[in-house]
Design a protein around this ligand. Structure first.
Ligand code: PHE
Length: 501
């Protein structure tokens, strides 16, 4: 019999949960999404999604994790035996997400070293796609890029070291270092950005609402997608993290704090990035909308271009890419914890065993597939399977399960035992509404992909890779459910539930 480790302090859990939420999604993904989907008008569906879907689901995952004190498969099994597979399927999502997320952190790490000498010269776009990625055909596997490999190996070594330290001396400690560091680094960048000439024009472009877009279903989908990714919900991450809470810990204000911290960071990132774009537009005369690419474009192409023109650009560049690395590492840990907690709780594995049997192969897979000339197309294909479907479907499954098993009320009661804000009708209504929106989201996104198949401009092989990854994850979930159906959960010493503190 084993006893499980717990977070050292309440702040430790909040920092870790915030560290998970605040990541590349805030800095790398949000500004581009917001801009593309209506600027100021995007903020409305975004806030709506945070309040009605994000925070309620965060609370649901916290409650499930704390109640069953196990990683996702065992927690879902405790909720309803045949549902164990949902947790294993989430392991699949975590596996694919972590293995490519690490790659983007590795790119940023390379750029920390490129920044002082502005290695990208005067064509950051050609440098990124050409010299750095040496982007080739989507199916050119195994043409390795040594610098990227080295950076990726360093990222994985650090993450596995942190994981080996366990909950308190690993994850909690890492977040205690990462979060303050992030605030300082990022604060410096935003202040610098706001003092550049033209910053106000950039902010204007960012916040000007394009109200005509508000009726588009796409902006709503984008908002929900962003909220799921950004708050790290739908993948069991928060079930795993909250499984290390003590039974008497508070949940509701914690969820609100994490949600608020994450959104603040997201808005700040938007403000910082657009202030800088405003500067560039005033320097070059190009309109702002021509400067914005999405995703990798802003961070690895537009930003470096601007850095070259900015007084003190090299220094800001180091800060910016270091911010991406720090924010990314604290999120990557929270992805890796999903399989770690799952196998440890289901099979009684030790942490050392998880590092060797799960961590090392994950790192190896990541190193084998991505630091190659087709790495960036693979990132896109897998990103869609994970962020486009995985998280949303995972969130939906969690809600449906809580209602269908009739356990939603007892979960609310369990949360209310220690929570300041009481969960009740409003919470149920939000979750129900979210599930309707999610079903619609999924439907539209499958429709979109089917339409893409007949579009000659879209590479079909990437769609097949996307479906293959999606299918492999589901298959894993089903196989694990069947194989483990009769195998009971390992026994362990239960902590007594006591009055809140
Ligand atoms: N929230 C993280 C980010 O914004 C990504 C993430 C998604 C982390 C899902 C864990 C689980 O970058």
């Amino acid at each position: 019999m084993t006893t499980r480790e717990t977070w050292g302090t309440r702040a430790g859990f909040i920092l870790a949960a915030a560290g998970s939420a605040i990541g590349l999604g805030n800095i790398w993904r949000f500004p581009g999404e917001a801009y593309e989907f209506g600027g100021g008008a995007f903020l409305l569906p975004y806030l709506f999604a945070i309040l009605t879907a994000g925070i309620p689901l965060l609370l649901l995952e916290y409650t499930i994790g704390r109640k069953y004190q196990s990683g996702p498969p065992s927690a879902f099994r405790a909720l309803y035996r045949p549902a164990e597979g949902i947790g294993w399927w989430q392991n699949g999502i975590a596996f694919f997400l972590a293995t490519f997320y690490a790659v983007i952190i590795a790119w940023a790490l390379c750029y920390v070293f490129f920044a002082p000498g502005m290695a990208w010269g005067d064509d950051a776009g050609a440098f990124f796609g050409g010299e750095f990625l040496q982007a080739g055909e989507p199916l050119d596997f195994f043409e390795y890029r040594p610098i990227m490999m080295a950076a990726l190996a360093a990222v994985w070594a650090l993450v596995l070291l942190i994981m080996a330290g366990g909950v308190r001396k690993g994850v909690e400690l890492a977040n205690r270092i990462c979060i303050p560091l992030l605030v300082v680094l990022f604060g410096a960048i935003v202040v610098r950005a706001l003092t550049l000439d033209g910053a106000a024009d950039g902010l204007d472009a960012f916040f000007t609402p394009q109200w005509d877009k508000i009726g588009d279903y796409e902006i709503w989908l984008a908002a929900y997608g962003q909220v799921f990714f950004s708050l790290s919900i739908g993948m069991g991450t928060m079930i795993a993290y909250s499984s290390y809470l003590r039974k008497r810990s508070e949940l509701s204000t914690t969820a609100v704090t994490v949600g608020f911290a994450n959104s603040s960071f997201e808005l700040l990132a938007g403000i910082g990035v657009f202030a800088v774009l405003g500067f560039m537009s005033s320097e070059s005369g190009a309109p702002i909308d021509e400067l914005v690419g999405t995703g990798g474009g802003v961070a690895f192409v537009t930003f470096p271009t601007i850095l070259s023109q900015m007084p003190g650009g090299a220094f800001i560049g180091v800060l910016f890419f270091a911010t991406l690395v720090v924010a990314g590492i604290s999120s990557l840990i929270s992805m890796v914890i999903v399989p770690f907690s799952s196998f440890e709780d289901r099979f009684g594995w030790t942490r050392k065993k998880s590092v060797l049997v799960l961590g090392v192969p994950m790192a190896a897979f990541s190193l084998l597939i991505y630091p190659t000339s087709n790495g960036s197309s693979m990132v896109d294909a897998v990103d869609f399977a994970v962020s486009g479907y995985g998280l949303v479907l995972g969130g939906l499954a969690t809600i449906v399960l809580a209602f269908a098993t009739g356990k939603i009320k007892s979960l609310a009661a369990e949360a209310n035992r220690t929570s300041m804000l009481k969960l009740g009708t409003v919470w149920y209504a939000c979750l129900a509404l979210t599930s309707v929106v999610l079903v619609y989201t999924l439907f539209r996104s499958v429709q979109g992909q089917i339409a893409d198949l007949s579009d000659p401009a879209v590479a079909n092989e990437l769609i097949y890779i996307n479906w293959g990854v999606g299918g492999a994850m589901i298959l894993f979930g089903v196989v694990m459910t069947v194989v483990l159906y009769r195998r009971p959960l390992p026994e362990r010493v239960e902590e007594e539930a006591s009055a809140p503190v």
